[in-house]
Design a binder for this molecule. Structure first.
Ligand SMILES: O=C(O)CCC(=O)C(=O)O
Length: 395
């Protein structure tokens, strides 16, 4: 139905913008958000204090705003390996969600994995906004500009399972600075959450509607700002205000936010006020509290964004919790489940040590003394890493 008829008038539904109109409509918003983001002062290189722990100033800024941008974390050589592995996955993707072949007629990559490595969407669409998907945590819909006439019917939006689909992804999972950050935030016995790589193709990439990530612990008597953990995003390309993730600073401390009301107060516009873009150069890494309100717009810019996104929790948030999001409610995260999923970190540390022998490996305390049982080789990969994401610890 195009418009809503009343006794005296017809109210036209908002016109669907073309990609060019959508991009033009973001110009002022992008500029204001960029200026505000750069004023916050929560960005810089990873720094450690004299005790070897993450610098307390960084933790304080993260706790205040709910996110932080670490500059220049991933060295160029490692970035090249990550980009090459992503290119391989995109090059060998099935031509459609259920297709068996890739665009060159070869068997599509990854059909042997229990969880499909690829999630497809329609170009410039918002797959989750206003739906019940993912526990209904995206209550409003973003604008879905008209894709160009020659756009493919479906494009890759997410890549799942970087520890098994990308050798460089497994090694990244063992990065000593990233794991030191996870330890500083969630304690020595920190545990993994999940991973998903957002691919925002130039002029085609979809949006992620405003949401908070956590779904299980909002009413917990132990609720606090860190109970739903945090996510890293490792950025393989520059993130501009037009293609990047935006967050509403400080909202991780406020409990569950009424996102419908937030958008309604904004006249129904997706361009919510007060949110800021996570501007990055290639090799920068962001952390975002999973409770902070965040989202991203349809990518009507000419720039590709690839964000390897993976999170960590406090062990206490997960132990005894039931499955949510990608996991089913009949799963209970007991000691064994946590041990098995966490052992991927230990294998990743060893895979990394074999590739970068000059680096000092991270010591993951829950596996201190058990390293030899988790040395990276094909047998261990098949035992520990293959289909590891069936055991994600989503809350
Ligand atoms: O990177 C994006 O565009 C969305 C990321 C996101 O929503 C998330 O990690 O929960």
């Amino acid at each position: 139905m195009k418009g809503q008829s009343t006794m005296n008038s017809t109210v036209a539904a908002p016109a669907v913008p073309t990609a060019q109109q959508h991009a033009a409509g973001m110009t002022d918003y992008v500029q204001a958000g960029t200026e505000q983001a750069l004023r916050l002062g929560n960005r810089g290189p990873v720094r450690f204090a004299s005790d070897g722990k993450l610098h307390p100033d960084i933790l304080e800024a993260f706790r205040e705003h709910g996110f932080y941008v670490f500059e220049g974390v991933i060295a160029d050589a490692e970035l090249d390996e990550l980009r090459a592995d992503i290119d391989y996955l995109l090059e060998h993707a099935p031509t459609a969600p259920d297709a068996k072949l890739d665009k060159k007629g070869r068997p599509a990559y990854g059909r042997e994995f229990a969880r499909n490595p690829y999630l497809f969407i329609k170009p410039l669409s918002d797959p989750w906004g206003g739906t019940k998907a993912l526990s209904g945590r995206h209550p409003t819909k973003m604008a879905q500009p008209l894709p160009p006439a020659d756009a493919p019917a479906e494009i890759v939006h997410l890549l799942n399972g970087m520890c098994q689909t990308m050798p460089s992804g497994l090694r990244l999972y063992g990065h000593p600075h990233l794991l030191a950050i996870a330890e500083a935030i969630n304690g020595e016995d920190f545990v993994p959450y999940n991973d998903a790589t957002f691919v925002k193709l130039p002029g085609l990439g979809g949006s992620v509607s405003w949401h908070q990530d956590g779904v299980t612990h909002w009413d917990s008597p132990d609720w606090d700002e860190g109970i739903h953990g945090f996510n890293f995003q490792v950025q393989l390309y520059a993130c501009t205000a037009r293609n990047c993730l935006w967050v509403l600073p400080g909202t991780h401390k406020l409990g569950r936010i009424d996102i419908k009301a937030l958008v309604a107060q904004n006249g129904g516009s997706e361009q919510v006020s007060g949110v800021v873009p996570l501007l990055c150069n290639p090799g920068d890494v962001t952390i975002a509290n999973r409770q902070v309100v965040h989202g991203s717009f349809a990518n009507t810019s000419p720039d590709l964004r690839v964000s390897l996104t993976f999170g960590f929790h406090r062990r206490s948030s997960v132990l005894g919790a039931r499955g949510a999001l990608s996991q089913t409610a009949d799963e209970v995260y007991d000691e064994q489940r946590i041990f098995e999923r966490s052992s991927v970190i230990q294998v990743a540390i060893d895979a990394r040590a074999q590739r970068f022998p000059e680096e000092t490996p991270f010591v993951y305390k829950p596996f201190d003394g058990q390293e030899d049982e988790f040395r990276f080789d094909q047998v261990t990969f098949d035992r520990v890493v293959r289909d590891y994401n069936l055991k994600d610890l989503s809350i």
